[in-house]
Structures are given as C-alpha cells and as structure tokens.
Design a protein around this ligand. Structure first.
Ligand code: CTP
Ligand code: MG
Length: 583
C-alpha cells in the first residue's frame, strides 16, 4: 500500500480535489432530509394560513432543488478527479513495472512466468486503479455519511441512538465475518487468472505447433480446466459476497421499522413532528448504507491489496544481472576467455550443465562450437553477453571479467543471433535497425548483403519497406535467420555469436555467408555454433563439446587426427550427405 501512496504523490492536488468535491456532495445529501422534514412540519402540518404554507413549501422546494444541483456538480467533479488520478497512477505504475520486467534477467522472467507477468501488468494494476478511484471518493463519502448521519439523527432525537446501538454492531459483525473469509480468496483469484493467461499465451504464440500436432482438443481442455478453476474461485467469492448485502438489508429494514416505532410513539406523545420521523428514516438509511459501503470497500481493499502485493513483487525484484562496477571498461579487441568455467541453471539443484571450460578466442578469430544436442552449447555462449552468469570460474573479454562491464557497454559490442530467430512486427528495415537505430539505409543494405539477405529482400514487392507480420511469420526459416544475422552485423560488434543460426541455410548460401563474414568483418571475433561439419570446417578452430566439457579443440585436420568424437560426427554426416560432400 505504501507503494500505491508513493505513486499517488505526483497527483496529490487532483487526488485531494476528489474528496473535497465529495464533501460538497455529501453535505448536500445531509441537508436534504432536514429540508424535507421542514416542509412536512411547517409547510404541510403547519398552523399558518394556507397561502403562507404554500409559499413556504415552494421556497423550501427551490432550496432543495438548488442544493441537489450543487450536490450533483460535486459528485460529477469528484468522479472526474478520482478517475483522472487513478488513470495517471495506473499509467505510471504500468510503465515502471514494464521497465522492470524489461530489465529482469532470463531466470527471473522464467520464474514469474510470462502469463503471470501479463496479468500483473494488466489486470492487477487495473484492480489498483479501481481501488484508488473508489477509495478517494468512498472513504470520504462513507465517513461523512456515517458520522454526519449519526449527528443529524441524534440532533433530531436522542432516543434514536438506541436503534444505532443495536443495529451498528450487528452490521459490523456481519461485514467482518464475511470479509475475513473472502479476503484470502482474492489473491487466489489472481493466481488462477495467471494460469488462464499462461495457457492463452502459450497457445496463441504456439498456435502453429498446436495445429501441426492437432492438439487443439487437448489444449482446449487444458484451458477449460484453468478457466473453470478461475470461475470456481470467483464463485466462492461471489457466494460470500452475495450473502452480505441481503443480510445487511435485513438489519437495515429492521432498523427503519424501529425508528418508525420510536418516532411514532413520540409523535403520539406530541413530543415530535411527523416530518422529523421521516428525516430520521432517511438518516438511518444513510448511516447503515455507509456501513454496507464499508463492506464493499473492504472487498475492494482486499482485492487491491492482493494485486498490489503481486505488482510489488515485480517492482521489488532486483535484476540478478546488473551493471558491473568498472565504468570505463570498453571492449576494443574482442578477445574472449573462459577460465575454469562451470555453470548450472538456477533451480536445478546444482546439476552442472558446463564444467571445467577453458577456452581462449583471439580477436578476429572464428571459432566453431560443435556438439550433440543438449550438450551445453547455447548455455556456453549465453555466458558471454551475461544472459546468465557462470556459477564457477570467470568469463573475460579483453581481460576484464564480463561481470565488471556495464551491461549496455558489454552487450552493445556483442552481436548475438539466437538459436530461435525472433523478429517483430514492422518493416524489414525496422527489424534490421534493431541492431542500430541510427544506421543509414546504406548501412542497413550493407549488413543485409553480408548476411546474404539483400537478394531475397530485393525480391519483395516493397523491398526493405515490406511489412513483416508478428514474430516474422511471413518469412521462411532461412530468411528469418538471415534477417537476424543482418540485425546482429549492423550493430558493428566486436564479438559475433551465431547460435545454430545457419541451420536453415543451404550449403552454398552458408558458404557465401562465411566468405562475406571473412572479408567484411575481418577484425570481428566470431563464435559459431553449428551441427553440420560442413559449417564448422572453415573455422580457425573447432571446439567439440561433450556433456558440458570441451573434449577436443583444434583445426579440422587436427581434430580428424586426434578426436574420435569428431571423426564419428564427420563420418556419420558424410554417410548421410554422401554424394553431396564428396562429389
Ligand atoms: N537447460 C536447463 N535450463 C535452461 C536451458 C537449458 O536446464 N533454461 C539444460 C538443458 O536441459 C540441457 C542443458 O541445459 O540439458 C544444455 O542446454 P543447451 O546449452 O541449450 O544445449 P545445446 O547444446 O545448445 O543444445 P541444442 O543443440 O539442442 O541447441
Ligand atoms: Mg542450443
């Protein structure tokens, strides 16, 4: 809640105007019954001549009309101020949370899950907004209605206090009992909503796979389960809340009857006017209504608390991977060294994925990394731009530990082409400019040419201005790979990492790419993960990885001599691709 107040600060003036306008509205509401009572007491039952009575009724009626118009204006203003505050606050909060999410490291986003982050950014913040808008208005309204109502009622006749003494505690007990049971459910509702969002998110992004495997039925069932779980928790909450209001209504009606009874007896005894009884009925209704409101507010508060806690969790998460302390460290050469590096993924109980990695890549060298699937190649290169931090040993660039660089400096000099090409909706040029926003058309085209992408891009109707649909769905796998390569090249990095990024290219395109890299990016260190011998043969050195360790390192011909694993891979691929390689 303190967080929410912090976000309220910049808008304190508008936030303050909201309850002020509300005070206006409630004051008018409190005056009305009094005027009504006067009309009855003096205007209708009064003893003055008839025309004077009529004048009194009309005059007071006009007052009532004016007051209710003022009240109405107050109400509208209060709603407007409340809404503005809540929207601005939600906007800021969403912005900060999104920024935070952007800075979280892989392991942290993995832990939250995408679905949950989406819920927190949307639904949870909306809950907080609703709460702010309502509490700004309702706290004041209920408070004033409650206290003002009691004051007015007792002013009319102290005996009415008796009704309050009995009915108020009953109402409070009812509200507390029910809210106590409902409050914990609100957090659960949000968790269930996370699950629904996760399923939706997974299936919408993976729609193609779902269709390819005709898993629609299964996934629909999975969604049904999550959705039903959400509904059931919501039902539980609603059932509790459904009891609340009718119970409160019973208490209220009983109280009204008690007021009429007490008032009636007093009118009989000529110690009270009929109009005052009418006013008292209105006041008691207002008082008990405000208690009902408190019930409603409790509900909003517990909902908002649950949501605020979830948003706070994100806001309070410090990125585990953050800037290093060496502000002046710069990558100028691109020498990469792994010194006795070991690594395990968080949450895998220390089961090592990499161990005892010692590897030096000289500036401008092209190193290939080869190894069977799941042996740890991606994990190895992920340590260089600090997508993860190694758990043992150290990774150095130009002799400086990667953890000492500022993240921006480090990553701006490393071009990464991920194993799975991710493109974004926008034009071809926009996608390549991810590498460098300021790049000229010339530079974009140049990068695309090196990446062997220029030809196919020129083939598009609108060339570099062709729109790419979400996630690059309108491109072939090899086209996506080459776009991602162009994007990485445009960054003018000192170190280029290709994670199996040429797997979808035919051999001749791939070899053209290699030549272009060699000639255009001579000073750049290239680390290239590949599965095909044909792809790695041209590298200066090849590192063969087996079960998380480098089991062989050398040139193609050296490895053919010394490494049995390398020979095995070589011959098995020759056999499969047979004629193509030898012929
Ligand atoms: N792994 C993990 N948590 C992750 C990613 C990977 O526990 N977030 C595990 C995988 O199960 C695997 C090992 O780490 O056993 C190595 O994964 P990776 O480095 O991705 O393997 P690659 O060699 O890149 O495999 P591939 O050729 O299939 O890309
Ligand atoms: Mg991989």
């Amino acid at each position: 809640m303190r967080k929410v107040i912090k976000y309220l600060k910049p808008y304190w003036l508008i936030a303050l105007l909201c309850p002020l306008a509300m005070i206006l509205e409630v004051s008018m509401d409190l005056i009305q019954p009094q005027l009504m009572s006067d009309i009855v007491n003096f205007g209708i039952l009064g003893t003055a001549p008839a025309d004077e009575n009529l004048r009194y009724v009309i005059q007071t009626g006009i007052y009532m009309l004016i007051f209710s118009l003022i009240g109405c204006a107050g109400g509208i203003l209060s709603a407007a101020f409340g809404t503005i505050t809540a929207q601005k606050l939600g906007n800021d909060m969403r912005k900060d949370t999104f920024e935070k999410v952007m800075h979280l490291s892989f392991q942290q986003t993995d832990k939250f899950t995408t679905g949950s982050l989406v819920t927190r950014l949307t639904n949870d913040i909306t809950m907080i907004q609703q709460f702010v808008a309502m509490s700004l208005r309702m706290f004041v309204r209920t408070g004033m209605q409650f206290i003002g109502g009691i004051a007015c009622l007792l002013f009319l006749n102290v005996n009415f206090g008796l009704v309050l003494v009995i009915s108020l505690p009953i109402q409070l007990i009812v509200v507390t009992l029910i809210m106590k049971r409902a409050a914990p459910l609100f957090g659960i509702v949000q968790d269930k909503l996370d699950k629904v969002n996760s399923v939706v998110q997974e299936n919408v992004t993976g729609a193609r796979v779902v269709k390819a495997f005709t898993r629609e039925e299964y996934e629909i069932n999975r969604f049904d389960d999550a959705n039903t779980a959400l509904m059931e928790t919501n039902m539980k909450v609603q059932k509790l809340l459904a009891i609340l209001n009718p119970l409160l209504m019973v208490v209220m009606n009983a109280s009204v009857m008690a007021i009429i009874l007490i008032g009636g007896l007093q009118v009989e005894a000529k110690s009270m006017e009929v109009g005052s009884v009418m006013a008292a009925v209105t006041y008691i209704t207002q008082i008990l209504m405000s208690v009902m409101m408190v019930g409603m507010m409790f509900q909003q508060v517990s909902r908002a608390m649950a949501s605020a806690k979830r948003v706070k969790e994100v806001l309070d998460t410090d990125p585990v991977i953050s800037d290093g302390s060496s502000a002046q460290a710069e990558i100028t050469q691109g020498r990469v060294e792994f010194k006795n590096v070991g690594f395990y993924y968080p949450g895998t109980a220390g089961k090592p994925v990499l161990k005892d990695i010692d590897l030096t890549v000289e500036p401008g060298q092209m190193i290939a990394v080869l190894g069977s699937t799941g042996c740890g190649k991606t994990s190895l290169v992920n340590l260089i731009p600090r997508f993860y931090d190694c758990t043992q040993g150290e990774v150095l660039i130009d002799g400086v530990n990667v953890k000492d660089y500022e993240l921006d400096v480090l990553r701006s000099k490393i071009g990464v082409v991920l194993q799975k090409s991710e493109l974004f909706s926008g034009t071809v040029a926009e996608n390549i400019r991810w590498g460098d926003n300021e790049a000229s058309d010339e530079e974009v085209k140049n990068a695309a040419t090196i990446a062997q992408a220029d030809t196919f891009i020129q083939g598009f109707n609108e060339g570099y201005d062709t729109m790419i649909s979400e996630k690059g769905a309108s491109l072939s796998g090899g086209q996506k790979q080459r776009m991602s390569i162009a994007r990485a090249i445009l960054k003018k990095p000192k170190i280029l990492i290709f994670d199996d990024s040429t797997s979808a290219l035919d051999l001749s395109t791939e070899s053209k790419l290699h030549e272009a890299l060699r000639s255009s990016l001579s000073g750049v260190t290239v680390i290239m993960i590949a599965q095909r011998i044909a792809s790695v043969m041209r590298a200066d050195r090849i590192a063969v990885i087996d079960k998380g360790t480098i089991c062989a390192f050398g040139t193609h011909s050296e490895l053919m001599q010394s490494s049995e694993i390398y020979r095995d891979i070589y011959y098995s691929q020759m056999k499969n691709e047979g004629g193509e390689q030898n012929g």
